[in-house]
Design a binder for this molecule. Structure first.
Ligand code: XCC
Ligand code: SF4
Length: 646
């Protein structure tokens, strides 16, 4: 039965202004310039023919960007400004801030934003476990007891407790760490003691999650210091609270409630939508929502309801990181990554898009208004004008999910078949490489991986992570980097939109070993795994931290001594800046594609790309061309090998 939906404010379909509309003869060329993936290009061309506005069109209309903002030398932190540093006699803001301070302060703000976003997501996951353990959250429970017990032990919780009691105590212990007054957190201790000592002396060992974010907010206020070093060091510290705290909790407790990922197969690209089923895409980040929708959509009465309106079933597809979470744990097909989000709607085949938060274009309701798609927002933090707002809490998630899935089913007869374009041939991908799954594949420990690195069959590991960004041809950075690295026997581990870029390009199939160097081909071939491993969503970058921590312990070295490296070739998000910072803080140097807005301060650039190495043995590079980035990253791996004498 159809429920009443909440009222919506109707919004208009957003069209490209007539004067800017792409001419028919330019459509093919523009699609080639904008995107790499075949299915993406196909739908993008349809979208251009129809004149629906996309991120690429808005990006074009924003050109050229403001020079001062691009370099980080504009400030609107207080009402004495806004200020821009234009050179000549205008090299200081009204308060007296110079370029170093302005740039460092803006960067700290960005890192804190990213760390806060991931960690707030982590907090909601842990809160849901707490409510589940207390019997207050229908539909949620402990799925991986073994993992929950392992975590409980880490937090010093009595192993004799019942499953619910232990889960409750674990959730409380973790929630306490958001604002703990102990002055230290539990999970950074997973790193070797030698790393902890280094982080302490460098001033980047976090005290609590919220405290570092709040201190960052304090520091960016006008008149709180002048020394840019302190801002940057605190930025790294704040990011460490995310990587080894909020994000890590998000990952671990999602595993506890929804299952630790195991290796499985699925499909990706816009071709995963179906002509004869009710298509629902889940977009955002928090599996609390998406797991429940999947659960509800599988109920026999919902499937029957879909059949009653003439569909053959309900097809759930993922987008962005919540999609990665479902892909990892359930093998739910993934429609695309960040820059595909509008295109999923413009296929004309989507009955509902259900979102939580982060990386969701505020115009998605306008895109939906061009078709029959219904957009649902579910978090009080992320209400979208023009969408149906159906707040999700741990207590009501089951019921609300049922209402949204029903609304999608009711919308199926409204699909205009003549406007539908679903590309054919989705690409196969092998996914689900949690650290636990990698160990299982290796026979129980990471030792065989370490041995392959020591013997030189694998030269090292690269974590390729992060987003898409219209500054760069969609997916080109990720795919080029991964292809070039595996050719050089570097094992790639990937998360977020990066992993989906490579999945669409076929690099997540075992057959992709044919594109790898001899040593990597031999190792992955004998295990039947691809040379590029899907490790999950962006909070799951914490899995990469766990992986390197465990490898370092096994090898009896510090993390920063390992032949490992990171890259974010198409990053856009403040969360990606936080991730890059905690990789570097943890000892893994990172190559960024797009230049952060720091070019206005030579001192800040030098500290991040050079001086930092003296204090924490890792640093950033910025290299927009992925072919050049490969050279930097590979050299770095070889330098680390030499230093280890291997
Ligand atoms: Fe967002 Fe997480 Fe970036 Fe993708 S990779 S664009 S942050 S969805 Ni997380
Ligand atoms: Fe200008 Fe200083 Fe205020 Fe920023 S904090 S807006 S630089 S006066």
């Amino acid at each position: 039965m159809a429920d009443e939906l909440p009222e919506i404010i109707s919004v208009e379909c957003l069209r490209v202004p007539l004067a800017k509309k792409t001419k028919p003869e330019e459509i093919d060329q523009k699609a080639e310039e904008r995107a790499l993936d075949r299915a993406t290009k196909e739908v993008l061309k349809k979208t251009m023919r129809e004149g629906t506005d996309t991120v690429w069109d808005r990006y074009e209309r924003q050109q050229p960007p403001c020079k001062y903002c691009s370099e980080g030398i504009s400030c609107q932190r207080c009402a004495m400004g806004p200020c821009r540093l234009m050179g000549g006699d205008r090299t200081r803001g009204v308060c007296g801030a110079d370029a170093d301070l302005m740039v460092a302060r803006n960067l700290l703000d960005t890192i804190a934003t990213g760390a806060a976003s991931h960690s707030d997501h982590g907090r909601e996951v842990v809160e849901t476990l707490l409510k589940a353990a207390r019997g207050e959250a229908k539909g949620y429970s402990v799925k991986d007891e073994e993992k929950m017990r392992r975590l409980a032990k880490e937090y010093g919780i009595d192993p004799g407790l019942s499953i619910d009691k232990a889960a409750e105590m674990l959730a409380l212990a973790m929630l306490e760490e958001f604002g703990t007054i102990k002055g230290e957190m539990q999970m950074p201790k997973r790193a070797p003691d030698t790393n902890i000592a280094l982080w302490k002396s460098a001033g980047i060992l976090p005290r609590s999650i919220d405290r570092e974010v709040v201190e960052a907010m304090h520091r960016v206020h006008m008149g709180v210091g002048m020394d840019y070093h302190g801002f940057l060091v605190h930025g790294v510290k704040t990011s460490m609270a995310d990587g080894w705290g909020g994000s890590m909790m998000g990952t671990e407790i999602s595993d506890v409630m929804f299952g630790t990922p195991t290796i499985q197969r699925s499909k990706v690209n816009l071709g995963v939508l179906k002509h004869d089923e009710v298509n629902i895409s889940l977009h955002g980040h928090n599996p609390i929502l998406s797991e429940m929708i999947v659960k509800v959509a599988a109920l026999p009465e919902m499937v029957q309801a879909a059949k009653d309106v003439g569909a053959n079933g309900i097809n759930i597809v993922g987008l962005c990181c919540t999609g990665n979470e479902l892909l990892m744990r359930k093998g739910i097909p993934q429609a695309g990554n960040h820059l595909d989000q509008e295109l999923v709607i413009t296929t004309g085949a989507l009955e509902a898009m259900i979102v939580d938060y982060q990386c969701i274009f505020p115009t998605l309701s306008n895109t939906a208004a061009c078709y029959h798609t219904k957009l649902f927002s579910t978090s009080p933090k992320a209400v979208i004008t023009g969408g149906y707002y159906m707040e999700i809490t741990p207590e009501n998630a089951f019921e609300q999910s049922r209402r949204m899935v029903q609304a999608a089913i009711d919308n199926y007869p409204n699909r205009m078949k003549e406007r539908v374009l679903i590309p054919d041939r989705p690409v196969e991908a092998m996914v689900g490489f949690s650290v636990e799954a990698i160990k299982n594949a290796l026979g129980g420990s990471l030792k065989p991986l370490l041995d392959a690195v020591l013997s030189g069959k694998i030269r090292g590991c690269a974590g390729i992570v992060g987003c898409n960004n219209p500054h760069i041809k969609h997916d080109y950075g990720h795919v080029t980097l991964a292809k070039e690295l595996i050719k050089r026997d570097v094992l790639c581990v990937e998360t977020g939109c990066s992993s989906i870029a490579c999945a669409k390009a076929g690099l997540l199939q075992p057959e992709a070993i044919d594109q790898a160097g001899k040593g990597l081909k031999e190792v992955c071939g004998s295990l039947g795994i691809p040379p590029v491993l899907h490790m999950g969503s962006c909070v799951d970058n914490s899995r990469i931290l766990n992986l390197v921590a465990e490898l370092a312990r096994l090898a009896n070295v510090r993390i920063d001594q390992l032949p490992v490296v990171g890259a974010a070739p198409e990053w856009y998000s403040p969360k990606a800046v936080a991730i890059g910072s905690y990789f570097v803080g943890s000892g893994v140097s990172v190559c960024l594609g797009p230049m952060p807005h720091i070019g206005g301060s030579a001192n800040v650039v030098k500290m991040l790309t050079d001086d930092l190495e003296g204090a924490i043995n890792a640093k950033f590079w910025v290299e927009a061309n992925p072919k050049n980035a490969v050279a930097l990253m590979y050299d770095h791996i070889e330098t680390k090998r030499k230093a280890l004498g291997i």
